[in-house]
Design a protein around this ligand. Structure first.
Ligand code: GLC
Ligand code: GLC
Length: 652
């Protein structure tokens, strides 16, 4: 049971006078901002209070923490720049801004892409040339030297890694990007800190208050109990979920690497301090936070400690805090878990955006099997999101590809998921006969037979093998595969996200094997340095990078020129052809006939036909224009070339 309306109002009326005292100076200095704060506090406090109560009502000093939280919100809001406060106002009245067809994402590592933050300023023209409006910079904060999980072991959320730049440069960059129509996206790595974070350092030194920031146990008794029901995430690095810390003589909860200490959100101090970290990122000009590892934040004995109800309450509480103190901030969920669980993180009150790991995995599945039935089923049953939310659709990211489709869905199609995952792993590591892919296994678990896949888009799509074997025909097919799957993410609805480098066909980079801090983690194979020579070759229509870049550029222009590709309204079209994926985009907010574009994606290297009858059924028309070729044609059987993507606008 949550607090009643009356209790909520009473609590708020007790809090406001404390706030007025504690923030008196700032309130006097910025009267308008103060009024805005109070208005938003009144509007969102009931939700925040209910959520906070659900998490922390059992604390003897609940009100103390609540008051501390609200003061933090006020202070962070009042220290927010007037530009950002203005952006907050704008976005509040245009909450659908990210549904536009103009949205296009890119993701890069600062060092691998441009050396440092300064270097990125010079890349803005290239981002604009591509049409990017959303730029995700991989973690760039201070981290332990050596192994730091590619920046995901954060030692301070307030200090940029000195090799990359400074906090001031980060703010400047955010501003500069924004001036150029690009929203800055950073990670909010809130499940854990590194073992070198000040909180962890104090915990190691024996400070009880800071030990309570983490989950630390004197011996194996409780860890053993937990581990009975836990999954192993990085079994190659350390078995189980705990690490013995000799300096403390205790066991620490470390879901990921040993130097990534899971925070203890059962402690309200941790939540309050992390809200402050979150808002300090927002105040630097970050517009979207990628919520890292959302599934793991809440732990309860006897459960898998993933996707627990409180993990959702926690994110909703962060969301409510953001609505009060940085309302333009959006969350993107990183839940690479069962599709039933992925969607539970997505709502305007939780994460407005989410990676779409299912579409990603099933696109690769379709290329391997030359069949679209799993993809079809997923689109039909699992693509629709609540209003005000959007998928972030991607081909691959900095992480491995996991085959996160649902076993039950597969079974309904007569597919044995255990065997099928084995097949996909064999296929994408190139061990399956006839495979075009060159990927590496990631975190093979000998106990369960489980594995995931590392590799760049181009290497997985066949380019590496084709270039090595010097078979021109295979090179062309690989390029077509790359363009096909990017064509799908650009037209299917939601925000497309490109891993930069893929637009010029960057290949696997095996040099990580020579670096002791990376050799144990095959994901480094697909985190190559940006190849600026290839970028320089992008206008050459005969070069491989040129073909990929220009093909992609055409698809991007298609998206930007057609508002029908914005929003998320999509219907699956039955193509009556098992190799051809079909879907219909309909202009958001319009009636069914208004504007329909039929998209067909041939996922095989053989020509395929979609019968005229299917076109009529879904196109509701007798005349079409292929937006890709510009050709007009009357209703007739549609012949698709190998890996062709056709976008047919129905003439009304
Ligand atoms: C996320 C990141 C991954 C990292 C893990 C731990 O899944 O994407 O790269 O290893 O979280 O932070
Ligand atoms: C993520 C995922 C896992 C992934 C890992 C990092 O949070 O849950 O599947 O492999 O972290 O790569």
């Amino acid at each position: 049971m949550g607090p009643t309306e009356r209790q909520t109002q009473l609590t708020l009326s007790r809090l406001i006078p404390c706030l007025e005292v504690r923030c008196a100076d700032e309130a006097k200095q910025y009267p308008q901002a103060w009024d805005t704060f109070l208005r938003r506090l009144r509007a969102h406090f009931p939700r925040l209070f209910t959520l906070y109560y659900r998490l922390y009502a059992g604390q003897y000093d609940f009100f103390f923490h609540l008051e501390d939280l609200v003061i933090t919100l006020a202070r962070m809001w009042l220290s927010r720049s007037s530009d950002l406060q203005a952006l907050d106002g704008m976005r509040e009245s245009d909450s659908r801004w990210f549904q536009s067809n103009r949205l296009l994402g890119g993701v890069v590592y600062v060092d691998l892409y441009a050396g440092n933050l300064r270097g990125l300023f010079g890349k803005i023209p290239y981002f604009k040339e591509l049409g990017l409006t959303y730029l995700h910079l991989m973690p760039l904060f201070r981290v332990p030297a050596g192994e730091n999980d590619g920046g995901y072991a954060v030692s301070s959320y307030r200090e940029v890694n000195p090799t990359l730049g400074t906090m001031e440069e980060l703010s400047e960059l955010a501003y500069e990007l924004h001036q150029n129509g690009i929203s800055l996206v950073l990670d909010f790595i809130f499940n854990h800190t590194s073992s070198e974070h000040e909180w962890a350092v104090r915990a190691i030194a024996g400070d009880q208050d800071y030990q309570d920031y983490y989950r630390i146990f004197p011996d194996r008794t409780i860890p053993d109990q937990y581990e009975k029901s836990l999954r192993e995430i990085f079994p190659e690095e350390h078995p189980g979920a705990f690490t013995y810390w000799p300096e403390m003589g205790q066991w620490v909860w470390t879901t990921f690497h040993s130097n990534q200490w899971d925070l203890n959100y059962a402690n309200p101090v941790v939540f309050n301090r992390m809200v402050e970290e979150m808002l300090s990122l927002a105040n630097r000009g970050v517009e979207v936070l990628r919520l890292d590892a959302v599934a793991f934040t809440w732990k309860q004995l006897g459960t898998v400690c993933e996707n627990l109800p409180e993990a959702h309450v926690l994110i909703q509480a962060f969301n409510a805090a953001a609505r009060i103190a940085a309302p333009s901030l959006l969350f993107k969920s990183e839940a690479i878990v069962h599709p039933d669980e992925v969607v539970k993180y997505i709502s305007p009150q939780e994460c407005q955006l989410s990676y779409n790991p299912l579409l990603m995995a099933l696109l690769w599945n379709s290329l391997a099997t030359r069949e679209v039935r799993m993809l079809n089923q997923a689109l039909r049953d699992r693509f629709k999101l609540p209003p005000g939310c959007a998928w972030v659709n991607y081909i691959r990211c900095h992480d491995d590809i996991g085959w996160t489709f649902s076993d039950e869905d597969a079974a309904r199609l007569g597919i044995n998921s255990y065997d099928h995952r084995r097949f996909l792993n064999e296929f994408y590591t190139g061990r399956f006969e006839g495979s075009f892919a060159r990927g590496l296994p990631f975190q093979q678990n000998p106990l369960t037979g489980d594995a995931r896949i590392s590799g760049t888009c181009a290497s997985l799509a066949g380019l590496e093998k084709a270039l090595q074997e010097d078979t021109q025909e295979e090179v062309e097919l690989a390029i077509k595969r790359i363009l096909l799957i990017h064509g799908v993410i650009l037209t299917i609805g939601g925000i497309p996200l490109i891993y930069l480098g893929d637009e010029i066909g960057i290949l696997n980079d095996y040099s990580f094997r020579n670096d002791p801090s990376k050799v144990g983690d095959s994901r480094w194979v697909h985190r190559a340095c940006m190849d600026w020579d290839k970028v320089a070759d992008r206008e050459n229509p005969h070069s491989v990078p040129g073909k990929i870049f220009q093909g992609l550029r055409r698809l991007i222009s298609l998206r930007l020129a057609n508002p029908v590709f914005g929003g998320s309204r999509v219907e699956v079209a039955d193509t009556a052809n098992q190799a051809v994926l079909g879907y219909v985009r309909i202009l958001e907010g319009q009636n069914l006939k208004a504007e329909r574009v039929l998209i067909f994606a041939n996922c095989s290297e053989k020509p395929q036909v979609v019968l005229a009858n299917q076109l009529r059924l879904y196109g509701l028309s007798y005349q079409f224009t292929n937006l890709i070729t510009g050709k007009e044609f009357p209703l007739q059987d549609l012949l698709l070339e190998p890996y062709e993507l056709a976008c047919l606008r129905a003439r009304v």
